[in-house]
Ligand binder design. Sequence first.
Ligand code: NCD
Length: 338
Amino acid sequence: MTQPDVKRPLQLNDNGQLRHFLSLDGLSCELLTEILDTADSFLEVGARAVKKVPLLRGRTVCNVFFENSTRTRTTFELAAQRLSADVITLNVSTSSTSKGETLTDTLRNLEAMAADMFVVRHADSGAAHFIAEHVCPNVAVINGGDGRHAHPTQGMLDMLTIRRHKGGFENLSVAIVGDILHSRVARSNMLALKTLGCPDIRVIGPKTLLPSGLEQYGVRVFHDMDEGIRDVDVVIMLRLQRERMQGGLLPSEGEFYKLYGLTAQRLRLTKPDAIVMHPGPINRGVEIESAVADGPQSVILNQVTYGIAIRMAVLSMAMSGQATQRQLESESVSEEQN
Ligand code: NCD
């Protein structure tokens, strides 16, 4: 599979609205802000006794997860259900992939069932992009995480968390800590923070877990955790992506915890009202101390709640962007015929 090269027109329709959601690359501050504002308005739906709005009634959303997921899969399911869509989730380990069916054939079969949207998670960087460009261009494709490349809805739910707890991005210092090299969450977060105007983005980790080319994100790099988290407003901790590591990039988990683990003692170096975030799953005692994960500064479970609202926003915006594109295309065909 080729490396993704997400160009503006592929994700956007001719009116500049979302029609797929593949990466935050190339999306404007205005569009990201529209996603956050739309999600804010959906948060209220989750607080109702009857948690439903009819925006996607009669539409079919297929979750196709080729990689493990707990939060992302279930919150996409709930988001689609709260928008009144029909939802199916393909458990790939029991699907025909294990009988040799290709990704393309699996998705073409779902398209033949009149699916309107695919939410795709895949271990290959560029998988969602490939599907949107070459497999099913008329189905709205939402990236639920592709390899180490991008996890745009996680990026946006993290931005919603920061905006709701810190009021905006203008004067913020944000530290992203740990396995940046293998983290699609880190990449989406750096892009989102940069686009939304965060002036101080810091990445902290050992040299072996930091990718080259970090300059493009306008971040400051630290190898010393105590120095890096000093006076920050937000700390985003990451899980060690063991499943994506080749060879011995780390001495040991114990050593990593000693150097980069977020302990209650280290947290005192941040601003006193700093918030602690983590996309989950958390590994207690590996990247974060339990007292911090469960402590008063942790907003880790708020992130999960906000994730449903972000996914409702992205699903509804992409569905309407696809419909508008189809309308624009049919208008241009009828103009040509006249
Ligand atoms: C992240 C992922 O899958 O990229 N988790 C998530 O979506 N909530 C981070 C991780 O697995 O460490």
